[in-house]
Design a protein around this ligand. Structure first.
Ligand code: SF4
Ligand code: SF4
Length: 113
């Protein structure tokens, strides 16, 4: 199993971190103080380069979200091989930015519900 996060779309909401039963995700501050934000298998186009996705930012950057850790941190899939494909993160992801590939090559993309 492989898991990565499309970093420019990640709002930092922590939902994936909160729901994952096998600790696939770590939340890492943008200043790099808790490790490399690009330490998962996200392809080059989806690595963090300091630029938020404008559409996701516009959708979620409201007063409620500003009270939490939105846009101060990113989720990093540090332990993707442990994923049991429970799909909990796939329906909780505000940025719709989690991509899971199973051992047969089937891809799953998060859709917020
Ligand atoms: S689908 Fe995988 S990464 Fe997502 S919550 Fe379940 S075990 Fe964790
Ligand atoms: S649920 Fe999605 S948007 Fe929220 S922190 Fe995890 S990867 Fe980022």
């Amino acid at each position: 199993m492989d898991v990565y996060v499309e970093k420019p779309k990640c709002t930092g909401c922590s939902h994936c971190f909160d729901v994952c039963p096998v600790a696939v995700f770590e939340m890492r501050p943008l200043d790099g103080s808790k490790g490399d934000i690009n330490a998962d298998t996200a392809p080059e186009e989806w690595k963090w380069k300091g630029q938020e996705d404008p559409a996701v930012f516009a959708k979620w950057n409201n007063d409620v979200q500003k009270c939490h850790d939105h846009y101060k941190q990113k989720s990093v899939a540090v332990n993707g091989s442990a994923c049991i494909l429970c799909q909990a993160c796939l329906i909780e992801c505000e940025g719709e930015c989690i991509v899971i590939t199973d051992d047969q090559g089937q891809k799953y993309h998060s859709i917020y519900k």
